[in-house]
Design a protein around this ligand. Structure first.
Ligand SMILES: *Cc1c(COP(=O)(O)O)cnc(C)c1O
Length: 474
C-alpha cells in the first residue's frame, strides 16, 4: 500500500535495516537480531521489502521450506544459507502437527489457521523457537553471551522460556503482570528449573512491564555491561518469521486474494501480515480483533488512537493499550520519515492520543478494519463456534472469529488466525461451553511441579538491582 516497486530489494543482496526514528546507524541482520530496539528508541525495519518469488508460493511446500523461501532475503549478509535452512527445518520438525500450521475450514469462505501446535501451545512459538536458536547460533559464533529481557502478557514469556531454557549463551529475565495471566501461562514460566531463567511477577499491568523494559534499555551502562537484548514482539526477527504463515495460507488457498482476521494486542502478528503484503502477497484486508482494550479497533474504525486504562479480560494476551509494533506501520505511512515518526510518538506519549491527519488515516482504513468484542461476546463466540463447527477455540481465537464474522466480505476467502490452544485458557472455555477442555500431557505435568518467581513492585531501580545481583555478567 505505502511502498512502491522501485523500493524492492534484490533477493541476493545483503539486507540492511534502518530505525523507524531515523537516527540510528543502519545495520545488517545479526546486529538487528541482538539489539531488539535501535539506539534511537526506534524499531528496526528492512531498508526495502524483498519480493516473494515462486518458491515462496510453491503449492504443497512444507512449512519449513516455505519459511526459508519467504525469509531468506532478510537474512542475507547475516546468516549462511545452509545454516538458516537447517535451523528452520529443525524448529518446525519439533511441532506437534506435521503440517505445522494446518488450515481448517469453518464455513463457506472462512478458514481457521491453527498456529498453536508448538511447545507452549500459542502462536508465539512459531517465531520464538526460531529466535532462541538464532540467538544461540550467532552468540556461539561470536563467543559471547547476552541477557534477554522481556515483558509478557502471558504467551510471549512462556514461549521465550521454552525457547532459551538451558542455553549457555543466554540469561532470560521475563516480567509478567502479577495475577493477570492464566495459571497455565504462569506455570509454563515458573516451573522451569534451569538457572538461566529468571521470572519476575511485577505488581502492575502488562504496559507497566513493557515500560520497565524500555527504561532498562535506555540505561546505556546496564545495556552494554549486561548486553541486554529483547525478544518481545518488537524484535524484527519475530515479525520476519511471522510473515511466513500468511504466505502459507494464501499459497494453500490457491493464490489469493485472501483476507485475514487477527486477534491483536501488540500489533506484531497482524503487522507481519502487512509486511507479507508489502512483499507482494495478495492479501485484501486485515480485520483486527480486539477485546475491551479496544484502542486498535477504535483507531482503524474511527481514527481514534487514544489510551485508556487496561481492563483485564478473558484474552489476557491482548490486554494492551499501547501496541508497540504500530510504530512500524506509522513509519511506512509517514513515508519513512524518521523525524515525523518521532514527533508523532512524542505527541502520543504526552497526550495519550496519536495525532494523525485524515488523509493518512483513510489510507490505513483501506486495508485495516477493527472490531472489538467484550468478554460476554467472546464466550458466546466460543459456544457458537463449537455448536456450529464442533471446534473448541480459545478466547483469543474467538475474538478474531467474532471480528471476522462482523466485518468479513462473504465473497472473499477469509482466514482467521487461531493463536492459542483452548486448553491454555480452560476457565473461559468451560464458562462458555460447560466443559473443561482436556489438558494435553505436557500442560498437565506442569501442574505438579514447584513454581519459582520473584515478586517485585513496579520500580525500575529494583529491577536494575536484581539484574546486577542475580544475572551473570557476560
Ligand atoms: C500474543 C498473542 C496475541 C496478540 O498478538 P500481537 O502480536 O501482540 O498482536 C493474540 N493471541 C494470543 C494467544 C497471543 O499469545
Amino acid at each position: 500500500m505505502f511502498c512502491h516497486d522501485s523500493d524492492n530489494q534484490r533477493r541476493d543482496m545483503t539486507m540492511r535495516y534502518l530505525s523507524t526514528r531515523g537516527e540510528a546507524v543502519e545495520r545488517e541482520f545479526s546486529g538487528v537480531l541482538l539489539t531488539g530496539l535501535a539506539e534511537d528508541g526506534g524499531l528496526w525495519q528492512p531498508a526495502a521489502w524483498p519480493r516473494l518469488d515462486e518458491a515462496a508460493y510453491a503449492p504443497g511446500a512444507d512449512y519449513a521450506a516455505r519459511a526459508f523461501a519467504v525469509t531468506r532475503p532478510f537474512t542475507v549478509g547475516g546468516l549462511k544459507e545452509q545454516d538458516w535452512r537447517t535451523l528452520l527445518a529443525d524448529v518446525y520438525a519439533g511441532f506437534r502437527h506435521k503440517a505445522t500450521a494446518p488450515l481448517v475450514q469453518l464455513d463457506t469462505n472462512l478458514w481457521l489457521m491453527e498456529l498453536f501446535h508448538g511447545p507452549t501451545f500459542a502462536f508465539k512459538d512459531l517465531a520464538m523457537q526460531v529466535l532462541g536458536r538464532l540467538f544461540d547460533l550467532v552468540l556461539k559464533a561470536q563467543g559471547t553471551r547476552i541477557t534477554i529481557i522481556g515483558a509478557t502478557s502471558g504467551d510471549t514469556g512462556a514461549a521465550a522460556v521454552e525457547a532459551v531454557r538451558g542455553l549457555k549463551t543466554i540469561d532470560l529475565v521475563m516480567l509478567y503482570p502479577h495475577g493477570r495471566i492464566s495459571d497455565v501461562q504462569r506455570r509454563q514460566m515458573t516451573t522451569v528449573e534451569e538457572p538461566n531463567i529468571h521470572t519476575i511477577a511485577l505488581e502492575g499491568t502488562f504496559d507497566d512491564c513493557q515500560d520497565l523494559v524500555k527504561i532498562l534499555f535506555a540505561d546505556t551502562a546496564l545495556r552494554e555491561e549486561w548486553r541486554l537484548a529483547a525478544v518481545n514482539s518488537i524484535n524484527w526477527a519475530r515479525v520476519m518469521v511471522q510473515t511466513v504463515y500468511y504466505v502459507h495460507a494464501v499459497a494453500q488457498l490457491g493464490g489469493g486474494p485472501v483476507s485475514f482476521a487477527v486477534p491483536s494486542g501488540n500489533f506484531g502478528n497482524v503487522y507481519a501480515g502487512y509486511a507479507a503484503r508489502e512483499m507482494g502477497l495478495d492479501a485484501r484486508r486485515f480485520i483486527v480483533g480486539s477485546n475491551s482494550n479496544d484502542i486498535l479497533a477504535r483507531f482503524f474504525e474511527a481514527g481514534d488512537m487514544s489510551t485508556r486504562p487496561v481492563t483485564p479480560t478473558h484474552s489476557p494476551s491482548m490486554d494492551i493499550q499501547v501496541s508497540s509494533n504500530f510504530e512500524r506501520l506509522l513509519h511506512d505511512l509517514l513515508g519513512r520519515d524518521g523525524p515525523a515518526v518521532v514527533r508523532h510518538m512524542a505527541a502520543f506519549r504526552q497526550s495519550g492520543r496519536l495525532p494523525l491527519d485524515e488523509a493518512h488515516w483513510r489510507e490505513v482504513h483501506q486495508l485495516f478494519r477493527g472490531h472489538a468484542v467484550n468478554d460476554d461476546t467472546t464466550l458466546a463466540q466460543i459456544a457458537r463456534t463449537q455448536a456450529e463447527t464442533g471446534m473448541t477455540v480459545d478466547p483469543h481465537t474467538a475474538v478474531g472469529i467474532a471480528a471476522a464474522c462482523a466485518l468479513r466480505d462473504p465473497d472473499m476467502p477469509t482466514v482467521a488466525l487461531a493463536t492459542a490452544h483452548p486448553a491454555k485458557f480452560p476457565d473461559a472455555v468451560e464458562q462458555a461451553t460447560g466443559r473443561r477442555p482436556p489438558l494435553p500431557d505436557a500442560l498437565a505435568a506442569q501442574a505438579e511441579r514447584p513454581e519459582r518467581a520473584t515478586r517485585m513492585p513496579n520500580d525500575p531501580n529494583l529491577l536494575k538491582t536484581f539484574i546486577r545481583e542475580r544475572v551473570c555478567r557476560p
